[in-house]
Design a protein around this ligand. Structure first.
Ligand code: ZN
Length: 452
């Protein structure tokens, strides 16, 4: 026993020496010259700013900062620099298609494995980062924790991607969003992994603990996917259980009754704006409940004019009532019409995501408020605003640059020229340069709450 303790001490000393060696290497200093620097919190911009980045984090920001000798200088003096963008509700690891599924997503679950869907998610993450999305809330329909695996892989430094806030499988009362046949439901072989059935307080607690154990950073509940749904007490229980693991709760809502129950329980985010009434908006604003409206635009490849009019009217009313709005897409589909109309080239997942600006423009929401939703509210809804988002000392260096000024023309966001994530350059002069993000091992040990 003594010998073992001795060995352990030796090992510990060796490990600590290793840590010290890593820490003693001075972090690279990068100086970014920003022609214009936007603060989305105040909706203002300052000109000719310098941002000093040390390692992964921002060290200083100001107009007259001395640039230290040996610093790498990045000249963005002709561009506008701003925090990275947030898609507060999407699905990177499910893509249902016209062929072969005929847009019927039950078939995607049956035909595509978790590993294939995880690789799709990794590709989607890179495409989103390329369009300036440095944070993505990925909330369900991710097979067997493909979302949590992607978060881990990005955090450990295997590949580039946004900061992923994964929910793991959606938790719902019998059936989830499916209406499974008895054959599907038997032994949960097809139901799970897409949904976890939780029909009693004990099962709700267990499901939340399982998701957190397997790497979730938020909890997603089907509030009213079935007429039997969740009660106010069920939702309150979920909120208190999730809080034990530092997670906040989002509710999928598709009925007015479900919306009211989620609001009464004090949920953190309501997903999907379709079923919400002006009275719900009023209550959400009063309680500070975030809306991830998933406001689909009417495009050649998606939507209808009628649905779009409703979506625009709902988003407009939510904005007028001062609901905390996030930019959110619910993207989980693909078809062969998703091409640039002028060039005929395929649109990327980033292009398809930023196209949701059309809804916000149609709702005549001012650019500064759209930008606030895409950044500040996105960070708050993701519960990371204390570490990521604001371009201020001590925060992770996640920032993007565009030509033009998004505070007056929000479409400037459609052409992101520069992306920095965790202090590393992912894109410059409009071209991805992701070399520094790829490693054959886990080079980063994120300061997370748990090992997973
Ligand atoms: Zn969704």
């Amino acid at each position: 026993m003594k010998r073992r303790t001795g060995m352990f001490c030796l090992l510990l000393v060796a490990l600590l020496a290793g840590v010290a060696a890593v820490q003693s290497q001075p972090a690279q200093i990068t100086a970014i010259k920003a022609g214009r620097l936007i603060d989305p919190e105040t909706g203002t911009a300052a000109t000719n700013q310098v941002i000093l980045v040390e390692g992964e984090k921002i060290k200083a920001v100001g107009a007259n900062l001395a640039i230290p000798a040996g610093a790498v200088v990045i000249d963005l003096s002709k561009l506008t620099v701003l925090p990275g963008l947030v898609d507060a509700h999407t699905h990177m690891a499910i893509t249902y298609k016209e062929k072969p599924e005929n847009n019927y997503y039950y078939l995607t679950y049956v035909m595509e494995s978790t590993p294939l869907r995880a690789i799709q998610a990794a590709s989607n993450g890179i495409q989103l980062l390329n369009s300036g999305f440095t944070v993505v809330r990925d909330v369900g329909n991710n097979a067997l924790y493909a979302d949590a695996a992607l978060r881990q892989a990005i955090e450990q430094g295997w590949l580039p991607g946004p900061t992923v806030i994964p929910s793991g499988p959606m938790i719902g009362s019998t059936g989830g969003q499916f209406w499974p046949t008895p054959e599907m439901y038997k032994d949960h072989n097809i139901m799970f992994p897409e949904y976890i059935d939780a029909n009693s307080p004990d099962e709700i607690v267990r499901a939340i603990r399982e998701n957190m154990l397997f790497g979730a950073r938020t909890i997603k509940l089907c509030i009213d996917c079935k007429p039997w749904g969740y009660s106010v007490d069920d939702i309150k229980l979920a909120i208190s259980e999730a809080a034990k693991g530092g997670c906040l709760v989002e509710g999928h809502v598709q009925t007015a009754d479900g919306a009211q129950r989620a609001i009464d329980a004090g949920i953190h985010i309501i997903a999907h704006g379709n079923a919400l009434t002006p009275e719900h908006h009023r209550q959400m604003a009063a309680k500070g409940i975030f809306l991830a409206g998933t406001d689909t635009p009417f495009m050649p490849y998606r939507g209808s004019e009628e649905a779009f009019k409703r979506t625009v009217a709902n988003l407009r009313d939510a904005w007028e009532k001062k609901v905390p709005l996030t930019f959110s897409t619910d993207f989980d589909y693909w078809n062969e019409r998703m091409k640039n109309e002028k060039t005929g080239e395929w649109l990327t997942r980033g292009d398809l995501t930023i196209a949701f600006l059309e809804t916000w423009k149609a709702a005549k929401i001012p650019p500064a408020d759209i930008l606030y939703a895409m950044t500040i509210n996105g960070y708050k809804a993701s519960d990371i605003i204390k570490e990521r988002g604001p371009i201020k000392p001590g925060f992770y260096a996640d920032l993007i640059a565009v030509a033009g000024n998004p505070l007056t023309d929000i479409d400037a966001l459609r052409s992101v020229q520069f992306v920095m994530k965790n202090g590393m350059v992912f894109k410059k002069e409009g071209v991805m340069t992701p070399e520094k993000f790829f490693h054959p091992g886990p080079v980063r040990t994120p300061s997370g709450r748990w090992t997973r």
